[in-house]
Design a protein around this ligand. Structure first.
Ligand SMILES: Cc1ncc(COP(=O)(O)O)c(C=O)c1O
Length: 394
């Protein structure tokens, strides 16, 4: 019998922390306990380390350090960006454009703004999850103040044409924000070249600590403050700063962004191997997302006639971690809004997201595919959707 082993294939939900980020963070927790706002040397030392980390984040995305604000993660960055940019620029108009496949952190922020009287256009996507550029052009009006389109989708891995959308926004004097939580560390991003005005980043998706993130806001772009209080984060986000965590974040982003090409080569080889073995051994499956414009480490697969949640639970019994849709949507048993927007009604409940990380190996994949083959067969044989018993080869 095959020996059970733990395989983590949910790196899009969160990664483990890298050895280097962990080392630097723990070191800082021990030594840099001064408050980074204090004037004496212990405080100044902490502040120095914080600013070093900020410079690393800025360098990784081609920004200036004074355009980086530390946050608790992608959700906070998205909330701050959408609400803060919209409210600060309301005198110019009240229309926002976003897409139907954004993360809930963006969609729910937009819904909150609708209650304040903002008007939001949710632009549709094609069957690959690519935002319809022509619909954005159509939606832009004299009252449009903000366009927010994600750089890469968290569920299906599709990379959006944000360079073109950012240019369009700039040409129309509209602020462009992108949720780059899944893209940073996986896709080369230079905010200046790409004309990005604001961008959300998360630390725990790129081998950094949880509870860390950043919001880039281009100098000169007006944004409301996020937290009232002291003068931290240039007066926009008050509160004593978790310096050691951001030190770890700085280490993680520096390393991950310096090795994008090499990392992607490895992740692509894992993904290719996985798809080849899965499609050889399991029939009636379909791959979601764009075939080429995509994240290297994401494979979203729909298994016809299989309840995604049931498959997830069976895999978990064998210590395999995957997700249905996104981590935030899973648990809700709602079909994925991303797959629905891509026009996949039937598949929306039969989908598993496998997301590979730098710690995964081909042996992991062999183990997962073996279990997957057995589990899919089992679920199809007892499927409540009986039609599949006749239609699908087990
Ligand atoms: C595209 C995207 N945006 C935002 C978030 C939220 O980030 P965080 O978990 O750091 O709050 C996620 C997390 O899955 C994401 O994938």
């Amino acid at each position: 019998m095959e020996k059970k082993k733990a395989v983590y294939l949910d790196n899009a939900a969160t990664t483990s922390i890298s050895t280097e980020a962990y080392r630097d963070m723990i070191d800082a927790y021990g030594k840099l306990y001064g408050n980074s706002s204090s004037l004496y040397s212990l405080g100044r030392e902490a502040d120095f380390a914080l600013e070093e980390a900020r410079a690393k984040v800025a360098k990784a995305i081609g920004a200036n350090a004074n355009e980086i604000y530390f946050t608790s993660g992608g959700t906070e960055s998205d909330n701050w960006a959408i609400k803060g940019l919209a409210r600060a620029n309301r005198s110019k108009g009240n229309h926002i454009i976003t897409s139907a496949v954004e993360h809930p952190a963006v969609l729910e922020s937009c819904k909150a703004l609708e209650k304040e009287g903002f008007r939001v256009t949710y632009v549709p996507v094609d069957e690959f999850g690519v935002v319809k550029y022509a619909e954005i052009i159509k939606a832009i009006g004299p009252d449009t103040i903000l366009i927010s389109i994600m750089t890469a989708n968290n569920e299906v891995g599709t990379i959006e044409p944000i360079r073109a959308i950012a240019e369009l926004a700039r040409a129309n004097d509209v602020i462009f924000h992108t949720d780059a939580v899944q893209a940073v560390g996986n896709v080369d991003i230079n905010v200046k070249d790409m004309k990005i005005d604001a961008m959300s980043i998360s630390g725990h998706k790129i081998y950094g600590p949880k509870g860390t993130g950043a919001l880039y806001v281009r100098k000169g772009v007006k944004i409301d403050k996020y937290l009232d209080g002291g003068a931290q984060e240039r007066g926009l986000r008050a509160g004593t700063i978790n310096v050691p965590a951001f030190v770890g974040f700085g280490t993680a982003i520096e390393k991950t962004c310096a090795n994008i090409e090499e990392n992607n080569k490895y992740l692509r080889s894992l993904r290719r191997y996985f798809l080849k073995t899965v499609s050889e051994r399991i029939h009636n499956i379909s791959l979601n997302g764009h075939p080429t414009q995509r994240l290297a480490g994401n494979a979203s697969i729909s298994f016809e006639g299989v309840e995604g949640e049931a498959l997830l639970m069976l895999l978990d019994r064998d210590h395999i971690s995957v997700s249905t849709g996104s981590a935030c949507a899973s648990g809700s048993l709602e079909p994925s809004h991303v797959l629905l927007a891509m026009g996949q009604d039937e598949n929306a409940r039969s989908t598993i997201r496998f997301s590979f990380g730098l710690n995964n190996t081909k042996e992991d994949i062999d183990y997962v595919v073996n279990r997957l083959q057995k589990d899919v067969k089992k679920l199809r044989s007892i499927s409540a959707i009986r039609i599949y018993k006749n239609k699908v080869e087990l």
